[in-house]
Design a protein around this ligand. Sequence first.
Ligand code: ADP
Ligand code: MG
Length: 599
Amino acid sequence: MKALAGFVVLLLLAPFALPAFYLTLLNYIGLYSLVALGLLLLTGVGGLTSFGQAAFVGIGAYTTAALSTGVIELPAALAWTQHSPWIALAAGLLLTFVVAIALGSMTLRLSGHYLPLGTIAWGISLYYFFGTFEQLGGQTGMSGIPAIELFGHPLVTAREMYYLIWAFVLIAALTTQNLLDSRQGRAIRALRGGVVMAEAMGVDTARSRMVIFVIASLQASASGWLYAHLQRFVNPSPFGLQYGIDYLFMAVVGGAGQVWGALLGATVITVSKQWLQDLLPQLLGRTGNFEMIVFGALLILLLQRSRNGLWGLVARAAARWLPKTRAKPRALPQAQALPRRPMPQRGEVVLEAKNVTRRFGGLVANNDLSLQVHAGEILALIGPNGAGKSTMFNQLSGVDTPTSGQVLLRGQSVAGRGSRAIARMGLSRSFQHVRLLPAMSVLENVAIGAHLRGKSSVFSAAWRLDRAEEARLLAEAAHQVERVGLQEHMFAEAGSLALGQQRTLEIARALASDPCVLLLDEPAAGLRLREKQALGELLSKLRAEGMAILLVEHDMDFVMGLVDRVVVMDFGQKIVEGLPHEVQQNPAVLEAYLGGVAP
Ligand code: ADP
Ligand code: MG
């Protein structure tokens, strides 16, 4: 907070201390920062790589150029809006919104390298669009763009534009920061934990992707609007692919995932390019684009040295040189508990599989399998490797759909509902291979599980109107962290925990959704004896509270002392179902586990 206040004071004073040349440079840094901030959200946090953001800068710039110069004449009814930059800003943002939704719904579903390729494709096509239309001035561009008027005063000089540009940057930085520190922000950050995990926690991942894409595009468009009125002239060249790449570099070099990293990245790249451009030809005694060569080499070096960019280096240096302020136990918000769902009666069938078959081509991974899990019971699903346990788990949790047969959750078929809807119905799960966000605190990871218990919108998060709800969500998460015994690690990074603790964290995250049935895939794997005992105690406690629990487990000893009933699978089939000690003695089970050397 002190650092932020200092930063704002410096920004306010800069025009009085700096010559015009530096103010112009600062203006450009501001414009670039605005785009880089959007990319920080999109790429740094959400993991979606876009090379095409410069095109959105172009949309903002060209919309205002066309409207405020009167090149595009509006119908008589709207004529009063012509020549007003502010109305052109609104129009540009609206157009950007529409284009972003259209492009986003086509490209954001693409995975792997197809998404970046898609962004390159529309980056190029929008660039040529600007250059091809005669009305928009073709390659020559458009001049005569009027100055923005603020309170009747036209902003003509670099000094006058400076405050407006940096006001935009600060608002974007603060709203982005706020957003990241909220329920919606956790949903966005959860994208990095994989779609399966996020959806299982009730996060609409398609929507989260679209949200950050639209925000990034709107910020780029606003930057374009400011640019057009700063230059009073536009042509297509600053909206091409090369600039799209530069913007991406600013976000990545600055520091993936950090708001202030984006500002730092925009500053360092702009200043060092300028500097190298002046210096290198002098040093080498001839002209040429030497700065690009040196620049490329420096970028490679930096990315190789610090994957968290410059901000990562700064943070590391600060941790070394500044007095330790680490892991300050923040006060937990005191808040009213969230409402809970009515739990089923003890003994009620909560989850039921009826004759579930799942084929993969010719392989029958689950064959006509039926089972029931009751409220207040722990059922174990065991079997040797490859028996089909995880496949069954996926059918039950809605990640996969049976080839035939039915899964009923509290009497309702889950077929075709998707894991988000199933989470809403009261089923929650952990993962065989832990899926959490290592750089996020334990508390925040657990709070992802409570996603469906809040309603706050992106807008209210950005403007801090969600604090009452946020306090309740965090209090709930803290309660679950304590419940599983991780309270000492509440504010530690989840990635710093031992594997067993990470598994326990996943259980807390599942509990934060207030489920009535818990599905756990090998929760004891990798746990030490003490941790297994603690896990056993926790599960017993949950059972006593009426939770229905299905365990997929490999560890026979762990299962036998804990669970009420056991279903044993082999080759996709249920071979035995019964009480633990019955199953243990069963010849078919010994055969399956020991491969035919049963006594
Ligand atoms: P378990 O969890 O009991 O070790 P799995 O359910 O993972 O067993 O696997 C059961 C069988 O189904 C294995 O032979 C596995 O190779 C196969 N299998 C699982 N998932 C798929 C898939 N997506 N496509 C094809 N085969 C699969
Ligand atoms: Mg498995």
